[in-house]
Write a new protein. Structure first.
Length: 518
């Protein structure tokens, strides 16, 4: 959008997190108190959640940030010259020079917080559609080869190579194929999907359209949990704009591709984070796990070949196609290529979004970016990878954020959620919660998950109470093995991970010895 000369542009986030602490009121207060023409842009959040609402003012030298700004601070800030980028105790200086942002490598989140999320002009001005235009200039086979060479893996629990999945769908014979985005972000301490959908929805749309061209799909669905009303509204508005711009629909960008995209709202069942449960829900059925084979890549939505990826995976695709596979593969370590969007939450001083190349250590994230605990007490445990991820002690802070390194340590990177606990946490209680959570969220289809989680709560209670502790530890160990090996999906299969890690690293909380815990 062109802004008239002499009109100051001010950015106030429309992100749900910022709105929850008064961003709407701050935007209104700025417009009322400015005393001269201002153009208020409701951008996404930069991800520094402890500084929200974060206000940025466009100056000839670049954007200057102020935060956290409360509505009652606005008049004083305006009087102090905020609209000219003047200093104030809340002034953080040039936004791009804030240490927390400057040291990141933003790829998927490159535009989040920078652009107006619903402005097609902003999107193109900041590199949008470059990936799609290049993809459409290549054959579908070349696009799949590019994604494979980039080393992109699913930004979820399994870290499965995206290129292999796409090639499988591409090679399947069918009159109809689908691309489905699983945006049912249910892991505790994760919010990157929501922030990308609210802050840069066109990136997700572009990524899904590239996937459609690559595999021969004509329809796409974004499955969003009902707890994300702002993300749902933003996506629907962005999709409408994309149709108007010719980015969706018949002959996308005057190419041979025709692709229709829809938003579907889920009921908030954690199990629908699992791909086959999501597909069942999309078909109008109760969200329950399907047995595999057949895999969704061959028989997915309505029995047709289907690409199922999550938001961060599909959000990485435009950059890969725009800059080439080598640029993405040049980031990261080992088989973990590119960047991951880590989400710092829990008892942490500076919570928010950190996008950086794989290989950053757990300690660098928690102590460096996160600044330790919010309470000021020592960190005792960190859970990585959602409610089914392992609990790690500070002695494991040297671990690099890398799929293989975490797997070797009995943990998982998962969706990149990092939840911090101080030294007051009861780890036996946390282990019990994992079983209790599984019992509540299980789809109920398989016995190891449905019944095993209920028995797990009971056994942990007996261990903590000191009832036949050694025998019950053996029962718990056997139960965890059964759930891991016998469950139909990761819901039951991963529930033992937080339990076993808590026992191994924090045996005192269970009243056991270190040897018994192991």
């Amino acid at each position: 959008m062109t802004v008239q000369e002499g009109v100051v542009t001010v950015y106030v986030p429309r992100d749900s997190a910022a709105r929850s602490v008064g961003a709407d009121e701050v935007a209104e207060a700025i417009a009322a108190a400015a005393g001269r023409p201002v153009h208020v842009v409701r951008n996404g959040s930069r991800g520094m959640l402890w500084l929200e609402p974060l206000v940025e003012v466009e100056t000839p030298a670049g954007r200057v940030a102020y935060g956290p700004v409360a509505p009652e601070d606005v008049e004083e800030l305006v009087a102090a010259g905020m609209l000219d980028g003047a200093g104030h105790p809340l002034c953080l200086g040039p936004t791009e020079e804030i240490d927390w942002l400057r040291d990141q490598t933003r790829v998927t989140f490159a535009r989040v917080g920078v652009v107006d999320p619903l402005s097609a002009g902003d999107y193109i001005a900041h590199g949008g559609l470059a990936g799609l235009r290049r993809a459409l200039s290549l054959s579908p086979e070349q696009v799949v080869a590019e994604i494979t060479e980039s080393g992109l893996r699913g930004r979820g629990g399994a870290g499965f190579p995206a290129g292999i999945k796409w090639k499988t769908v591409q090679g399947a014979e069918s009159d109809l194929k689908f691309v489905c985005c699983n945006a049912d972000e249910g892991d505790s301490g994760t919010f990157a999907d929501r922030m990308l959908m609210e802050g840069d929805p066109f990136t997700l749309i572009e990524g899904m359209t590239i996937a459609a061209w690559a595999v021969g799909a004509s329809e796409g669905y974004i499955y969003v949990r009902s707890e994300y009303p702002d993300a749902i509204a933003t996506l629907r508005a962005a999709i409408s704009t994309a149709y108007d711009q010719g980015w969706l629909g018949k002959q996308v960008l005057d190419s041979e591709l025709s692709f229709d995209l829809f938003v579907r709202v889920g009921g908030g069942a954690y199990i629908c984070g699992e791909e086959t449960s999501m597909l069942e829900s999309l078909e109008g059925k109760r969200g329950m796990v399907r047995a595999k084979p057949p895999i969704p890549a061959l028989e997915g939505l309505f029995g047709k070949p289907t690409v199922v990826n999550n938001v961060l995976t599909l959000g990485s695709v435009p950059m890969i196609m725009a800059d080439g596979a080598a640029a993405f593969a040049g980031l990261g370590v080992g088989r973990s290529r590119g960047t991951q969007v880590f989400q710092l939450g829990g008892n942490i001083a500076r919570g928010g979004i950190v996008e950086t190349a794989f290989g950053v250590t757990l300690g660098e994230l928690v102590e460096g970016y996160g600044g330790g605990t919010r309470t000021g007490r020592p960190v005792r445990a960190v859970q990585v990878g959602g409610p089914l991820g392992a609990y790690l002690p500070t002695s494991q802070f040297h671990l690099p954020m890398d799929y293989e390194a975490f797997a070797e340590a009995g943990a998982m990177v998962g969706h990149g959620g990092v939840v911090v606990f101080d030294d007051t946490v009861d780890m036996a209680g946390q282990a019990r919660f994992a079983m209790e959570f599984c019992a509540a969220e299980s789809c109920g289809k398989c016995t190891p998950c449905r019944v095993g989680a209920v028995r797990g709560v009971e056994v942990i209670d007996r261990i903590v109470a000191g009832v036949d502790r050694r025998k019950n530890l053996k029962v718990l160990d056997d139960l965890c093995d059964l759930m891991t090996e016998g469950s139909l999906c990761a819901m039951g299969g991963l529930t033992p991970m937080p339990v076993k890690s808590a026992l191994a690293h924090f045996p005192d909380d269970f009243g056991t010895t270190t040897e018994e815990g192991r």
